[in-house]
Write a protein that binds this ligand. Structure first.
Ligand code: GLY
Length: 399
């Protein structure tokens, strides 16, 4: 009895301490100060972008600014999109002017039919612009982009083809009809177009794509493959591969983030409980993955070979937390502890740059593609975009 009392005396403070530490991590983040900081930091970035008349994407290996490829760049919509979120958050007209100016740089890409990224590009830019201003010209750009995107849909496969395979590194993999989990992110443009035009052709494509992806992209543990290669003659699955992950059977962190975000969006527009369930299953994988560090920011691949000596991917965390905030509003589950943990981590000096540092991007420590030896441990314009979206969503959070 004496020993029991003594050990309780020793153990109770430890338990209390660890509970206090956990509750501190999961208490509400300071959204207002993060928005204020984002306004200041991205004002510095805006001055540089104005001077160059170009869209910042990331930093190169020497720490110099890497601008988008003006011919077409899947990330080009995020920077104007961030400006739209800052306009929404601050009501300062300068952000609206900047968003309009920078999205006009790539307006002509609305006619591109050579890849699947038009949803990313035009929904994050013109889509936010239309949402916030109702400008009919923005809507017309979105319609043209959506019409270009659905030319890549193949009814035999039931998917939008992600990449062409005739040239570039994609031609070296032996694929015929590759579809990547990222492609779930292009569906929001299509759902939105059916909503604002009344034409169901866009949403029919989105639903078919989401259903085929649900059937073939996921493993038993609810993690996803990166690339599913289909036979366009029969619709059969030829290969289950990776391109940006560590291995075919590993779980690439941003791929899981695209999945949870994509199925949450599908539920938003369709209210189909199958999509809600899928988003919840992916959330469960992400939140409860045993190897994820205590701060909730994942390694670039859940199965990367040298954990804990592997880069984190802040972009995956930013996409995930934005999706979780929306998902929390639909689900009976409560994701608030995970949301607060990730938001607090992202706001910490470990991941948020100091004013004027990080070439004026907001967040540090993202990964583009390790297998391509490209953009490793750098800021990325899409990490900033989804973080601003998360700040905006958190500001309006209610359950
Ligand atoms: N393809 C988009 C990405 O790198 O996540």
């Amino acid at each position: 009895m004496k020993y029991l009392k003594l050990s309780l005396l020793l153990v109770i403070p430890i338990i209390l301490n660890s509970c206090m530490a956990t509750s501190k991590k999961t208490e509400a983040p300071e959204i207002a100060s993060q928005i204020e900081f984002a306004d200041k930091q991205l004002s510095l970035l805006l001055a540089v972008a104005e001077q160059e008349n170009n869209i910042p994407r990331t930093l190169d290996a020497n720490g110099n600014m890497h601008w988008i490829h003006k011919r077409f760049d899947w990330t080009e919509g995020f920077y104007p999109g961030s400006n739209w979120y800052l306009y929404e958050l601050t009501k300062n007209e300068k952000w609206k002017i900047a968003a309009e100016k920078f999205q006009s740089i790539f307006e002509s890409h609305k006619n591109y039919t050579t890849n699947h990224d038009l949803g990313f590009v035009f929904n994050c830019s013109y889509g936010n612009g239309y949402r916030l201003t109702g400008n009919e010209e923005f809507k017309n750009v979105m319609i043209t982009a959506g019409n270009s995107l659905i030319t890549r849909f193949d009814p035999t496969v039931g998917c939008i083809k992600s990449w062409d395979v005739e040239k570039g590194w994609q031609s070296t993999r032996g694929w015929k009809f590759p579809v990547i989990i990222d492609n779930m992110m292009n569906l929001e443009l299509l759902f939105e177009l059916s909503k604002i035009t009344g034409d169901t052709k866009y949403q029919n494509v989105a639903i078919a794509h989401a259903d085929t992806t649900l059937k073939n992209h996921f493993r038993k543990d609810n993690s996803s493959y990166h690339v599913i290669d289909y036979d366009p003659e029969t619709g059969a699955v030829r290969n289950k591969h990776t391109a940006q992950g560590y291995a075919h059977e590993s779980s690439w962190a941003r791929g899981q983030a695209w999945g949870i975000y994509g199925y949450t969006v599908c539920y938003r527009y369709t209210k189909n409980p199958i999509y809600l369930k899928q988003a919840e299953k992916i959330a469960n994988f992400i939140i409860n993955y045993p190897g994820t560090p205590e701060d909730g920011i994942p390694y670039w691949d859940y199965n990367a070979p040298n954990i804990p000596n592997e880069p984190r991917d802040v972009s995956a965390a930013a996409v995930t937390v934005s999706a979780l905030i929306e998902l929390d509003g639909y689900s009976k589950e409560s994701y608030l502890p995970a949301i607060n943990k990730i938001m607090n981590s992202l706001a910490s000096p470990k991941y948020t740059a100091k004013l004027g540092e990080n070439k004026n991007f907001l967040l540090k420590h993202s990964v583009g593609s390790i297998p391509h030896n490209n953009e490793i441990d750098v800021p990325l314009n899409y990490a900033d975009y989804y973080y601003l979206e998360a700040l905006s969503r958190y500001k309006n959070y209610s359950k």
